[in-house]
Design a protein around this ligand. Sequence first.
Ligand SMILES: NC(=O)c1ccc[n+]([C@@H]2O[C@H](COP(=O)([O-])OP(=O)(O)OC[C@H]3O[C@@H](n4cnc5c(N)ncnc54)[C@H](OP(=O)(O)O)[C@@H]3O)[C@@H](O)[C@H]2O)c1
Length: 251
Amino acid sequence: MYALITGASSGIGREIAVQLAEKKTNLILVARRIDRLNELKETLTIKYGIDVVVKQFDISKQENCHALHEEVKSYRPELVINNAGFGRVGPFDQIPLEDEINMLELNVLSLHTLTKLFIGSMEKGVILNVASMAAFLPTPLLATYAASKAYVLSFSRAIDYEQRKEKTGIRVLALCPGPVRTEFGIVAKASKLSLPGMEADRCARIAIKGITRKKPKIIPGFSMKVLQFILRFIPTSVILAISYKVQNKRK
Ligand SMILES: NC(=O)c1ccc[n+]([C@@H]2O[C@H](COP(=O)([O-])OP(=O)(O)OC[C@H]3O[C@@H](n4cnc5c(N)ncnc54)[C@H](OP(=O)(O)O)[C@@H]3O)[C@@H](O)[C@H]2O)c1
């Protein structure tokens, strides 16, 4: 069985790759930094004797999503993890438009396209789309990112429902982590995490458990589960004020 992971060169994607390799799953690893993917491939093939295929693609470009799908569909992956994504912290009027467009191309459009292509070619299996806790709340100073992840969550939940109703054998799950210690903060130009973060290996372990149990919405960590529950009862005006304060600390 092959699992495809986008954004496997770092953070959550890399940790999921390592833990799936421990379970003897063959891997297709995708990212732009090919040197990191090759290093990981060498480690995992030697340690676990699995097959690891690496693919260097900038999947924020639509044509690369199509090329990636063409190149890997013969492996018939039964697990596709749309994990690659990034954020940008700061006031909306100060973040360059091209950075935000690129974020939307990666977080929304490439995830949408890859979900469409793999749902069309998979016979059975799971697509895990990586959203965020930010998907549950409008987030000042992280506005575009939070909105992109709200798309991922809403889209995945709806498609998963269709797939269940139609008994296709395919599930589309959403992973919604709170802060995780990865390179995310550096890429987002944040000085620190908004809240104390969990380690990426723990997040990956919970994600894999959620995949096994086919949970439509996977929220790693007890405190984040509680937060998501409480958010339902708090007026949006209060959520906006609190999240502005929290994000302002990491600008
Ligand atoms: N860390 C958090 O606090 C947190 C919380 C909630 C959700 N998330 C989500 O979790 C996912 C993984 O993030 P992370 O925290 O693990 O961050 P990370 O360490 O920065 O990893 C991001 C991964 O995405 C890849 N990537 C970025 N742009 C790409 C592109 N254009 N084409 C192909 N690959 C690309 C990067 O590889 P290359 O640079 O080599 O291409 C890297 O492997 C993201 O969707 C993020 O939004 C993170």
